[in-house]
Design a binder for this molecule. Structure first.
Ligand code: HEC
Ligand code: HEC
Length: 192
């Protein structure tokens, strides 16, 4: 009888430690998500990740000049596709500011999954990033690959004359994104 009690107590302590360990792990991952949010909601990223049909410009996020619109596939209206003005790389710095920036597949996300996270609170942003019905059916591995190598993402750190890059170094961002993703993508509670 006594032995059973001791065994039970040992088990309980073990479980408590394990729970504590899990919570600590989640805490670290949720802290890492702060950095993810800072990057995703920086002007260079959120100007394309918008609910309406016009991409945004500048740090102030004002609607794109010349009535540029998304189109069904995100590549612009049939008569005025993004590639009319946006090339596969930025124009040379000697052209000065206000030239159209460039990167491969320059476009908005398609109308069917807009991935519009501009202005979302942390919990909603977190849920959207990992929701496969809204993120182009990407699992965590695919998301890590996207934020590590995608050319539109990398453009954020080389945005062309007159634009400030994303305010967190790319390698720091990827490390924090992985920390969050590999813990299963726990989301912060907002207002709770
Ligand atoms: C020029 C517009 C543009 C810019 C700038 C841009 N994106 Fe995107 N983003 C897209 C498009 C288009 C897709 C959809 C790609 C697809 O589904 O194949 C996308 C998809 C994504 C996805 C995958 C979908 C999801 O919901 O998880 C992530 C993550 C992402 N972008 C992050 C970023 C980050 C971080 C930045 C800034 C460093 C950024 N994007 C800048 C256009 C842009
Ligand atoms: C008629 C030419 C033209 C077309 C078409 C065009 N753009 Fe632009 N875009 C520009 C110019 C020029 C700038 C730079 C404006 C400046 O810096 O003053 C720009 C800037 C941008 C920026 C601002 C980047 C930032 O963070 O400030 C985004 C995002 C963008 N365009 C997305 C798009 C998308 C997406 C499409 C297609 C749906 C598109 N553009 C179509 C000319 C164009």
């Amino acid at each position: 009888m006594k032995r059973h009690l001791i065994l039970g107590a040992v088990l309980l302590i073990g479980l408590a430690c394990y729970a504590e360990y899990l919570i600590a792990d989640d805490k670290e991952a949720i802290k890492a998500f702060d950095t993810v949010q800072k990057v995703f909601q920086s002007p260079r990223c959120q100007n394309c990740h918008i609910p309406d049909d016009s991409p945004l410009q500048f740090d102030a996020g004002i609607p794109h000049a010349m009535n540029v619109v998304r189109g069904m596939d995100g590549k612009g209206a049939a008569g005025l596709p993004c590639v009319t003005c946006h090339a596969e790389s930025n124009p040379p710095a000697s052209y000065g500011p206000h030239t159209p920036p460039g990167a491969p597949h320059w476009s908005l996300p398609p109308a069917s999954h807009k991935m519009a996270w501009i202005g979302l609170p942390a919990d909603k942003l977190c849920a959207m990033i990992k929701d496969r019905s809204s993120n182009g059916d990407r699992d965590f591995a695919a998301l890590i690959k996207h934020v590590s190598d995608d050319k539109l993402v990398l453009w954020g750190w080389n945005p062309g004359e007159g634009r400030a890059p994303v305010p967190v170094p790319h390698d720091v961002f990827v490390t924090q994104f992985k920390l969050w993703a590999q813990a299963g993508g726990p989301c912060p509670l907002v207002g709770g």
